[in-house]
Design a protein around this ligand. Sequence first.
Ligand code: SF4
Length: 397
Amino acid sequence: MNYSHTRISTFENCPLQYKYRYIERPTVTLGVTIEVFMGRRVHETLEDLYRDLGMTRLPELEALLDYYRAGWEKHWDENIRVIRKEYTPDDYREKGRRCIEDYYRRYYPFDQGRTIGIEERVRVPLGSDRVLTGFIDRLDRVGEGIYEIHDYKTSSHLPTQEEIDRDRQLALYQMDIQNRWRDVKEVILVWHYLVFDRELRSTRTPRDQEELLAEINKVIDQIEAATEYEPRESSLCDWCDFQNICPLFKHLYHVEELSPRQFKEDDGVKLADRYAALLDEEHSLKVKKERLKRDLIDFCLFSGYEVIYGTDRKIKLKKTRGFHFPGAKDKRRKELEELLRQTGLWDELSSLNLKKLEKVLRRGTLPDELREQLKPFYSEEESFRLYGCTTRIYPQG
Ligand code: SF4
């Protein structure tokens, strides 16, 4: 089975997006976002620069920027989505232009190494019949047996060195480079965070690679075992191509098309508004009840009463003394558990955590034999819960 790094991370970020992108492949999707569009234009411009350099031609900065502008105009399409409404397409175009200019000035005259591959295809066997394929933006040879894998990034997030040292994609591509030539002594991973005019580097040991292979295969095990693909809401949702068909956003897309009158009459809107009003009422009742509880306790303590008589109910005050133990996140919790184990009290005091068992079952990583043994003890039932949370409010609502 063939995997790309994007495919694997899509599953990790949102299983439902994975299902749409790689299994169902719906034809109606939202258009490309401006960030992706700008990234493509910058990539193709740097690709052009290195192709020219390969032909011993060193283009002027202005010529390169003309290439970028021409590519932008040629591929521009009104359906390209601008998610951050405070910025215009021109802002993004300028941002991309600055990325190229900064890059050009930083590396001119581009003699840091000999480029041996642009958009270089890689193929990494992962074990069993699994293969990871992808493309390296640029592959350079910078000395005897020393290779550099270069990756251009136009993202607005600058990762820390720790994040870069954990990055998987280039580390996987490195495995292919090591297999290609006998002279490979060292492979350096290089990221160009163009928006920040920053270069970040990292290297990987054989042990890092072994651990990475195990980690990637574990995720692929989950992908291959998956039968359900839950939506996983995150900050990435606004950039998702399938937001209009995702059950978490479908209704929003539906109501955005309605007139203010239709919006108010929409069954979903009416039900959600009624439910939200009840949640508010419930919350304010809880607050009132807590306040009253405190007043009653104070009243009892002050007056010495333990029972207060109302018209048709009496309220009793019951005093208890409890022990406070370290919470689940407290470091001393482990010590306490260890002590209970050593003293043989653990079995008597601990009980099966069914929530955790369910979580492990859902993850799909239990050995088949154990899964089978557990089967007679559980059944799967569908249940529903409702959560009320604030959201993007429909302008006419
Ligand atoms: S919109 Fe969000 S939750 Fe829905 S499929 Fe896309 S990434 Fe997943």
